[in-house]
Design a protein around this ligand. Structure first.
Ligand code: PEP
Ligand code: MN
Length: 350
C-alpha cells in the first residue's frame, strides 16, 4: 500500500463460529496491522434455509473478548430491533445492515426506530437488487432517526445471467450513490462481490482506483472449512498481503481537468468491462444453442431470424443516437463470432 490516504479497513470472518475461531482470527488479523475494525456475522440471513444461520447471542461475548484483546472496535450485522438491542447490550461498536435487509423498507425502518437517540455508527449495504433509490431510501430512514455516523457498503447486485462474480459490481450504482450523498463514506465489499478468493484483489484495487473510502473483507483461520462463504474468505495473513499489495493513488495533487478526465476514463473502462462480461455471457449461450442444434440436427444459420434481429437492433440503436452502419457492423461481428462458437460445438472442437 503506498501514497494517498489510507482507506478504512474492516476484516473478520463471515460468521462467528466458535470462541477459538473468533479470537484466533481477530488476533492474527490484528498482527497484520491492516485492520481498523473487526467484523463477524452473528445472525446470518441465508438465502436457503438449512445453511448455517449464525451462532446467535452466545457469540456476542466472544466479540467483546476479541475487542479487549486487540483494542479494535467490532462490527455486527443487524436485521431487526432485537438484534440492535442485543448489540447495544454487549457493547458492539458498529452495526451493519445486510443486503437482504436493505431491500425491505419495513425492516430498515424497524432498525432505524430501535436506534433513535443512540448515535452508533451504522453501515448500510446496497440492496440485493440494483435499485439506487432503495439504497438511498434506506440511508434516509437512518438519517431521519437522528443517526449521523453513517456509511454505505457496496457489495454488488444479484444477477441471474452471468457467473463471473457472485454479485455483479455494477460500479456505476455505487458512484451514483456517492454523487447523491457525497458526505457518506463508501466502503467496498470485494468478498461478497467476488464469491471466490481469486478475484478479490482486482475488485479491491478497482475500489481504490475509484476512490472508495474503505474495504470490508472476510477472513477466516481455515477458509476452506468456514461454516459460511468458504470460497471467498482469506486467511488473516493472505488478507494482510492483499492489502499490502494494493496501490492507493492520490488524486488530490492532480489538476481539476485531469481529475475530471480520469473520472470519465474510469467510467468508460467500467462500461467496457461490462460489455466484455456481457459478450462472454452471450457467447456462452451461443454455445448452448450450438449444442441444442447439434442434438436436434438443425442448421446453424436461420436466415429469417437473422434478418429480423438485425433490423430490430438498427431501429433500437437509432433511438440511442447510434448510426445504422455502426450497429450493423457491431451486430454482424457479434453474430459472426457466435456462428463460429456454435460451429466449434457442432464439429466437436469445443
Ligand atoms: C455478510 O456480510 O456476511 C453478508 C451476509 O453479506 P450480504 O448482506 O452482503 O450478503
Ligand atoms: Mn459472508
Amino acid at each position: 500500500m503506498n501514497n494517498g490516504k489510507r482507506p478504512v479497513l474492516i476484516a473478520g470472518p463471515c460468521s462467528a463460529e466458535t470462541e477459538e475461531q473468533v479470537i484466533q482470527t481477530a488476533t492474527r488479523l490484528f498482527r497484520t496491522g491492516k485492520v481498523d475494525i473487526l467484523r463477524a456475522g452473528i445472525w446470518k440471513p441465508r438465502t436457503r434455509p438449512g445453511a448455517f444461520e449464525g451462532i446467535g447471542t452466545k457469540g456476542l461475548p466472544w466479540l467483546q473478548k476479541a475487542k479487549e484483546l486487540t483494542g479494535l472496535p467490532v462490527a455486527v450485522e443487524v436485521a431487526k430491533a432485537s438484534h440492535v438491542e442485543l448489540c447495544l447490550e454487549f457493547g458492539i461498536d458498529i452495526l451493519w445492515v445486510g443486503a437482504r435487509t436493505t431491500v425491505n423498507p419495513f425492516a430498515v425502518q424497524e432498525i432505524a426506530d430501535a436506534l433513535k437517540g443512540v448515535d452508533i455508527p451504522v453501515l448500510l449495504k446496497n440492496p440485493i437488487n440494483p435499485d439506487l433509490s432503495l439504497w438511498l431510501g434506506g440511508m434516509e430512514r437512518l438519517q431521519n432517526s437522528g443517526l449521523t455516523r453513517l456509511g454505505a457498503i457496496h457489495r454488488g447486485f444479484s444477477f441471474s445471467g452471468e457467473k463471473i462474480y457472485r454479485n455483479r459490481p455494477q460500479w456505476q450504482i455505487a458512484i451514483d450513490f456517492k454523487t447523491a450523498m457525497p458526505d457518506i463514506p463508501m466502503i467496498n465489499d470485494p468478498s461478497h462481490i467476488c464469491g471466490n478468493r481469486d478475484l478479490l484483489f482486482k475488485v479491491a484495487q478497482k475500489a481504490m482506483d475509484l476512490d472508495f473510502d474503505g474495504l470490508i473483507m472476510e477472513s477466516h483461520i481455515t477458509p476452506d472449512t468456514a461454516w459460511s462463504d468458504a470460497a471467498q474468505q482469506l486467511t488473516p495473513e493472505d488478507y494482510g498481503k492483499l492489502i499490502e499489495s494494493l496501490v492507493i493513488r492520490d488524486d488530490k495533487n492532480t489538476g481539476k481537468e485531469k481529475t475530471k478526465l480520469d473520472r470519465l476514463r474510469k467510467e468508460i473502462d467500467m462500461i467496457d468491462e461490462e460489455i466484455m462480461n456481457i459478450l462472454a455471457s452471450r457467447m456462452k449461450i451461443s454455445r448452448e444453442i450450438g449444442q441444442y442444434k447439434k442434438e436436434n440436427n438443425m442448421t446453424i444459420l436461420q436466415s429469417e431470424r437473422w434478418k429480423e434481429v438485425l433490423q430490430k437492433y438498427i431501429d433500437r440503436g437509432a433511438q440511442g443516437g447510434l448510426g445504422a452502419d455502426f450497429i450493423s457492423r457491431v451486430i454482424k461481428s457479434i453474430h459472426d463470432e457466435s456462428i463460429e462458437q456454435q460451429e466449434k460445438v457442432m464439429i466437436g472442437e469445443a
